[in-house]
Every structure is written in structure tokens, then in C-alpha cells.
Design a binder for this molecule. Structure first.
Ligand code: C2E
Ligand code: CA
Ligand code: CA
Length: 557
């Protein structure tokens, strides 16, 4: 462990070298006395030549230890001592004109062979440890060791983490040999881009690290890498040829500090890459304070959401929905809120996308379903009223095969009337998928639960698919309503959407209605339902329940 540390390695080598220098000096001095003097140890007489032999053997051993400690520097030092020792023996032989020191020469040669063989073995295993077997590039070990060499230096440059999206798909569809070949092609292209002004490493999985020196502009390099990676790659194995298309995301960190801190640079490149992957907006990003702040905030919110599910940081507001003719209450949409222990209220626009990018959203959905039904169980359906409780459910949850079974269990547990329940899903949940989702929608309706298609008009569902969808309500997205009173074109568009909804035998609700002018047009266009600030903002549970109670009293079923 200690010897992995460069400082201790150097100290150890220095110490061993000092021993060897001391021994070399002794052998030189004793070499002059060889053949003439004996050393008396107790009753034992030892010729100086034998003593030299012992010292030479010890030197050989020390040389081997030096190579073990550090096979590169150790080898250089060991070669130096062995050559001096051999020349010492040769000198003694010449001066004394006898061959007493000949065994010393052989012992030196054996030490020489030993250190060369050992260092070669170390070099082979080190190469294996630091090389990626697939691409031939240096791997994470090689990368970290390389950066570590510059720790504390004034070296300037940049580190780029390149994430390759699509390699895993190629592995799954065509087999790993195709994925490996694809990685080799891409590694070759990236290596060509940086040339001698940088180096490329393969980290784990589909990730490369690129280190460039100050002579290269990191943004130009990032552009070039993206262009080369995203160009078509033709992989040819055993006469089978496939074309692969890969996407690249890049996180960049510049070594801006006075002295280079490899760990800090790696962390920054990681943060920059994570924000590129999460935000799906840019293909590359240079680490800056904003990226760091966003990263911190996101990690903090993720932690707080997990905490919040156990410690009740969440609560629900309810926004009323009305029938357009006569402003009659139709029901409420449950909207989640998070109140942190410091009093800050976080909007779902901020925390829901974070939850959606992890599996946390499924726990959040279950929490909302249970809580909303509990809060409205005594009101919805009482005396047969039709007040609808709408609950938003994420794409991930609606794609769970057991979603409907779990929901029905909860409905029974809480004693909520299924006919008063509505599940809102977005177009996105079904465009990308997924027979499971469509099947779940059918099962929901079979259980008497309504289905609403949220944010309609923002997705790309084909009309053919849309017409086949089992939904009861189309919710026209606020972005379309915002423009409805602006010109005829927008108004005609909303008119068509309402027509479509009716063709599907469903109802249509306009979301985010803020102005009287919008309301008047929607009435004219026969939009069935209205939800928006114009008739009601999201309300605290007690207020919403009071409104519902009043309605139930006024309008007995
Ligand atoms: P959404 O489902 O489209 O909800 C409607 C959003 O529009 C709500 O924002 C609501 O407060 C807002 N809104 C309604 N009428 C108006 C209006 O007239 N003007 C304006 N400017 N805004 C209006 P909110 O509550 O911030 O929710 C944002 C999004 O967060 C929701 O959009 C939904 O996608 C998600 N969300 C909220 N609660 C939940 C939940 O319980 N579960 C899940 N999975 N997602 C939720
Ligand atoms: Ca909604
Ligand atoms: Ca919506």
C-alpha cells in the first residue's frame, strides 16, 4: 500500500541506492587489498575477496528489491550499480593479475540478467493493468496514473469525458463483437483528432476520457469529436456489415487552478457530463459555477424527496375543473407540492422531472394516489355524485405491468368509488411505448376508472394511434390555449383538437385558461370543460373539500 505512493517509492529507492553506493565504495577499497589480507572474525579467517563476494551478492539482492519497488527507476539504478560492481571486479583482476575476482564478474552478470527479467515481467503485467483489451487504449488505471503525474504542477489543458450513447444497443442487437469493433473505430477517430497534443483513454463501459494540452481549444476538439463519433460507422465482421449511429455527450473541465488537482478536474468533468446527459439540451458543456449549482441542487432535492416520502414533506393542492356551460364543478386535479423543513416550497415543475429521471417517481405516484383518494374518499361519490378526482401518473408507472392491480387494491383499501377516479397520463407515455401502457389504459376503463390524456398537442402521437387510444378526456395543453385568442389560425387549431376529441367519443378540457377572451372562444368552440386560473387556482385541501361539500349539498345526485 505504502509503495503505491510515489513519495514512499522514491524514499525507498534512495535508501536502497545509498546501501549500494556504500557497498560499492567498500568493494573498491577492499579490492585493492585482495589476495593479501584476511579478515579475522573470531577464530574464522576470511579473505577480503570472499568478503567482496558477500557484498556483491547483497548488492545483487538490493538491486532486485529496487526493481520490485519501482521497475522503471529501480531498473536504471540497478543497472548502474551492477555495471560499477562488474567493472570493480574486472579492475581488481587486472591490478592483481589473477582471477580471484572472476566469480564476482559472473555474480554481477547473473544479477544483471535477474533484474532485466524481473523488470520485463513487471512491465508486461503493468501494461495489462493499464491497457483496455478492447480498444488498446489506456484504461482508467492508466488514465488516473497519467493525471496523477501532473498533480501540483502548473500544467494547463483540459479534460473531456465523452459518453457514447448507442453502443449498448449495438451490443444487445448484434452481439458484443460488433460493439467492440465499433468502440475500436471510434477510439481510432478520437485518437486522430487529438494527435500528439493529447491522449485518449477508455474508461468503463461506453466512456472515453480525452486529455489535451493548452495548445488545443477544448470546444473545437469537442465539436470535432461529436462530428466524428456521430458520423456513420460501418462495422464489418465475418462478412456481416452493419451501419451504426452513435450519439456523443461531452463534459469538459479546464485546469484553471494555479496548481493542477487531478481529483478536482475529474469531478468537474463528471459534473459537466452529468448535466449534459440529464438536460438533453446541449451536446457538450464546460464545467462552470452554474453547472455545479444545478448539480448540487438536484442531488439535494433527490435526497430531500426520499426523506420527504418518509417524513411528510409532501402535500396536495387541488385545482377545480368546471363544465363550461354554467360553470358547474366537475372535479379536481390533484397537484403535488413539497415543503422543505426550512419552509421553502418547491414546485413540481422542479422536483417531478428529477423524480422522473430516477425510479423515485413510481414511489411518488403511489404516495399521491393513496393520499388523494384518502383526502377525497368521504366526498367523491357520496350520494352518487360524479365529482371526479384526477391524479397524474408518470410514464414509468403506467408502463408497470402490475399498475392497475395495485391501483385497484388501493381503491378497495381506501373505499374510493372507482367511477369518480381519473388517471392522467401524458401522450409521451404511449408514443414511445409500449403495449403494456395501452393495455393498462384498457384495464383501467374496464375497472370503471376514467383515463385523461394530459398535455395534448405537445407530443407527436400519430392520428391513427390517437384514434385507437382508450381515453375518456383530452386535455388541451396550456401552450395552445395561450394563443387561442390571438388569431384565427390558433383558434382553428383548437377547434380541430376539440373536434378530434369528440370524434374519439371523449370529452375535451382546456387547461391553463387565464383570460375571459379565451373562455369566450372556448365556449363558442364547444369545449366541454375548463381548468384554469380564470375559474379557479389550485386550492388547499380544506378549501377544495369545502367547495365540493357545498356543491354536493346544492346538487344532490
Ligand atoms: P400538469 O399536469 O399539466 O398540471 C397543470 C399545471 O398547470 C399545474 O402546475 C397548474 O398549477 C398549472 N396551471 C393550471 N391552470 C393554470 C393557469 O391558468 N395558468 C397557469 N400559468 N398555470 C396553470 P403545477 O402544479 O406546477 O404542476 C406542474 C406539473 O407537475 C404538472 O403539469 C404535472 O406534469 C406535474 N405534477 C404535478 N403534480 C403531480 C403529481 O402528483 N404526480 C405527477 N406524476 N406529476 C405531477
Ligand atoms: Ca395533469
Ligand atoms: Ca397538463
Amino acid at each position: 500500500m505504502l509503495l503505491k505512493n510515489m513519495k514512499y517509492k522514491k524514499l525507498m529507492l534512495g535508501f536502497l541506492m545509498a546501501i549500494n553506493i556504500a557497498m560499492t565504495v567498500c568493494t573498491f577499497i577492499l579490492g585493492r587489498e585482495e589476495g593479501r589480507h584476511f579478515l579475522k572474525i573470531g577464530r574464522m579467517m576470511m579473505p577480503y575477496s570472499s568478503l567482496n563476494g558477500v557484498m556483491q551478492a547483497v548488492m545483487g539482492l538490493v538491486c532486485i528489491v529496487m526493481v520490485i519497488v519501482d521497475y522503471r527507476r529501480g531498473l536504471m539504478l540497478a543497472l548502474l550499480t551492477i555495471l560499477i560492481s562488474i567493472s570493480g571486479c574486472a579492475r581488481a583482476m587486472v591490478m592483481a593479475s589473477d582471477a580471484t575476482s572472476l566469480p564476482g564478474v559472473f555474480s554481477g552478470l547473473i544479477s544483471l540478467a535477474s533484474v532485466l527479467i524481473i523488470s520485463n515481467q513487471f512491465s508486461i503485467s503493468d501494461r495489462k493493468r493499464t491497457t483496455d483489451q478492447v480498444t488498446g487504449l489506456k484504461n482508467r488505471n492508466g488514465f488516473e496514473e497519467y493525471l496523477q503525474k501532473f498533480a501540483g504542477s502548473r500544467e494547463k489543458g483540459a479534460l473531456l469525458y465523452v459518453h457514447l450513447e448507442g453502443v449498448i444497443d449495438v451490443n444487445t442487437r448484434y452481439g458484443r463483437s460488433f460493439g467492440d469493433e465499433l468502440l475500436r473505430i471510434i477510439a481510432g477517430r478520437v485518437t486522430n483528432i487529438v494527435g500528439s497534443k493529447g491522449s485518449v483513454y477508455r474508461l468503463e463501459g461506453p466512456e472515453l476520457a480525452v486529455v489535451i494540452n493548452h495548445e488545443m481549444d477544448p470546444l473545437i476538439v469537442a465539436d470535432a469529436i461529436i462530428e466524428s463519433v456521430e458520423a456513420r460507422s460501418t462495422v464489418n465482421i465475418d462478412d456481416e456489415e452493419i451501419n451504426c449511429y452513435i450519439n456523443a455527450s461531452i463534459g469538459i473541465a479546464l485546469s484553471t487552478e494555479e496548481r493542477l488537482d487531478p481529483k478536482l478536474v475529474m469531478k468537474r468533468a463528471d459534473i459537466a457530463l452529468t448535466s449534459v446527459i440529464r438536460e438533453h439540451k446541449l451536446k457538450y458543456r464546460v464545467y462552470d459555477e452554474e453547472a455545479a449549482r444545478k448539480f448540487e441542487r438536484r442531488s439535494e432535492l433527490e435526497k430531500l424527496m426520499r426523506e420527504g416520502l418518509e417524513n411528510d414533506y409532501f402535500y396536495l393542492d387541488y385545482q377545480p375543473q368546471f363544465k363550461t356551460g354554467g360553470k358547474i364543478l366537475r372535479g379536481f386535479e390533484a397537484l403535488l407540492r413539497m415543503k422543505l423543513p426550512n419552509g421553502e416550497i418547491v414546485s413540481p415543475g422542479e422536483f417531478i422531472p428529477i423524480a422522473e429521471s430516477t425510479n423515485l417517481i413510481m414511489e411518488v405516484d403511489q404516495y399521491v394516489i393513496k393520499r388523494a383518494m384518502k383526502e377525497f374518499a368521504g366526498i367523491c361519490g357520496r350520494n352518487g355524485n360524479s365529482i371526479t378526482l384526477s391524479i397524474n401518473v408518470s410514464a414509468k408507472s403506467i408502463c408497470l405491468p402490475n399498475f392497475v392491480t395495485t391501483l385497484k387494491e388501493k381503491v378497495d383499501e381506501v373505499g374510493f368509488p372507482a367511477g369518480n377516479l381519473e388517471i392522467e397520463i401524458t401522450e409521451y407515455s404511449i408514443t414511445d411505448s409500449k403495449d403494456v401502457a395501452t393495455n393498462n389504459l384498457r384495464r383501467l376503463r374496464a375497472a370503471g376508472i376514467k383515463v385523461a390524456l394530459d398535455d395534448f398537442g405537445t407530443g407527436y402521437t400519430s392520428l391513427a394511434k390517437l384514434m385507437r387510444l382508450p381515453v375518456d378526456l383530452l386535455k388541451i395543453d396550456k401552450s395552445l390555449i395561450d394563443n387561442v385568442a390571438k388569431d384565427d389560425k390558433n383558434r382553428d387549431f383548437v377547434d380541430t383538437v376539440i373536434y378530434l376529441g369528440h370524434l374519439m367519443n371523449g370529452e375535451v378540457i382546456a387547461e391553463g385558461v387565464e383570460g375571459e377572451d379565451q373562455l369566450a372562444i372556448l365556449k363558442e368552440l364547444n369545449c366541454d370543460l375548463i381548468q384554469g386560473y380564470v375559474w379557479g387556482r389550485p386550492l388547499a385541501v380544506d378549501v377544495a373539500k369545502r367547495i365540493a361539500e357545498e356543491y354536493v349539498k346544492k346538487e344532490p345526485a
